[in-house]
Design a protein around this ligand. Structure first.
Ligand SMILES: Nc1nc2c(ncn2[C@@H]2O[C@H](COP(=O)(O)OP(=O)(O)OP(=O)(O)O)[C@@H](O)[C@H]2O)c(=O)[nH]1
Length: 305
């Protein structure tokens, strides 16, 4: 065996994605596997709207993780786009992780997704029982049994993103299902999501933090410009936050602008941590009436067909 051959021999590379109903811990799990904050998490369901990839680098394998929005029944136009996005993602990956939390009873949402997955005969599905730190041992065991009855799984792995339980095992199990081949991404690269999109997601997360009850899904953020300031080690970012109604604008702005200011500060700190540079953030807010139901507005806000 030559030197060149031995470099790729046995090396595996490919794509995985996690599906599951909203809030089961998909984004958190991906972050824990990748080891860096590349997807956005929040205690509010359905915060993930874009496909974001993170890359797990190992000497023997490279696992590219595609994060999907929660697979759910469409209600608004935005919902319908999410579902077609999810389904097209599912046929393009090498392995799927189907996430069900350890502590929750299996419900209609889980069954709905299990049925969809049964229709994708070619792609192996690993069932992942998440958040094991939140459930007693016997409950986790019971859940493993119940999940095994939901469908034909390539494997079942209980994990906790919070305390790290079985994360290596899960990576091993996913890697086993990847085709042999050389690495797809260069060494230090963690995500191929454009920086602008990640910055917009961080801003949206900061906005949602304070007002989750009042306006759960009515906020979109667009980063219009990102420019290094001449002669200074600082990045100027101009972003616009869209809400659906004037009343929502008032909530986000807060008393004498106090809330907006706080959101701006929090978002700026997150962006600085992500990009490793000082940031000036110009954050404006606009009303785009009923943007979730309007195809033209959706395109403008970056949700393409
Ligand atoms: N205790 C505990 N909490 C977790 C764990 N994983 C996720 N969570 C929490 O569960 C909530 C939802 O996690 P997300 O990762 O945003 O869930 P998601 O499935 O990506 O949600 P969507 O984006 O809505 O599809 C967050 O508050 C997380 O902090 C875990 O292993 N243990």
């Amino acid at each position: 065996m030559g030197v060149v051959n031995s470099l790729t021999d046995g090396h595996r590379a490919g794509f995985a994605c996690f599906v599951g109903r909203p809030n089961v811990g998909k984004s958190t799990l991906m972050n824990a596997l990748v080891g860096s904050k590349v997807a956005i998490t929040s205690s509010k369901p359905q915060t993930t709207r874009r496909v974001i990839r993170g890359v797990v680098h190992r000497p023997d394998a490279q696992l590219v993780i595609v994060d999907t929005p929660g697979l759910h029944r469409p209600r608004t136009l935005l919902g319908e786009r999410l579902d077609s996005l999810v389904l097209s993602t599912l046929t393009e990956v090498d392995v799927i992780g189907f996430c069900v939390p350890a502590g929750d009873p299996i419900g209609r949402g889980d069954r709905f997704i299990a049925e969809k997955l049964a229709g994708l005969r070619k792609t192996p599905v690993v069932a992942v029982v998440t958040k094991t730190d939140l459930a007693p041992r016997d409950r986790v065991a019971e859940q493993l049994l119940e999940v095994s009855r939901l469908g034909e799984w390539a494997d079942i792995v209980p994990v906790s993103a919070a305390d790290g339980e079985n994360l290596d095992t899960l990576t091993d199990v996913l890697v086993e299902r990847l085709p042999e081949g050389p690495a797809l991404y260069a060494g230090g690269e963690l995500t191929d999501e454009p920086e602008q999109v990640m910055v917009a997601e961080l801003i949206r997360e900061a906005v949602l933090e304070g007002v989750r009850e009042e306006l759960p899904h009515s906020i979109a953020v667009v980063v219009e410009e990102m420019n290094p300031r001449e002669g200074k080690d600082i990045l100027d970012i101009y972003a616009i936050m869209y809400v659906e109604r004037p009343s929502q604008k008032a909530i986000v702005i807060g008393n004498k602008g106090a809330r907006l200011k706080e959101v701006g500060t929090n978002a700026r700190k997150q962006i600085e941590a992500l990009l490793g540079t000082r940031v000036f953030l110009d954050l404006r807010i606009k009303v785009a009436k009923d943007w979730q139901r309007d195809p033209k507005q959706l395109r403008r806000l970056g949700f393409y067909d």
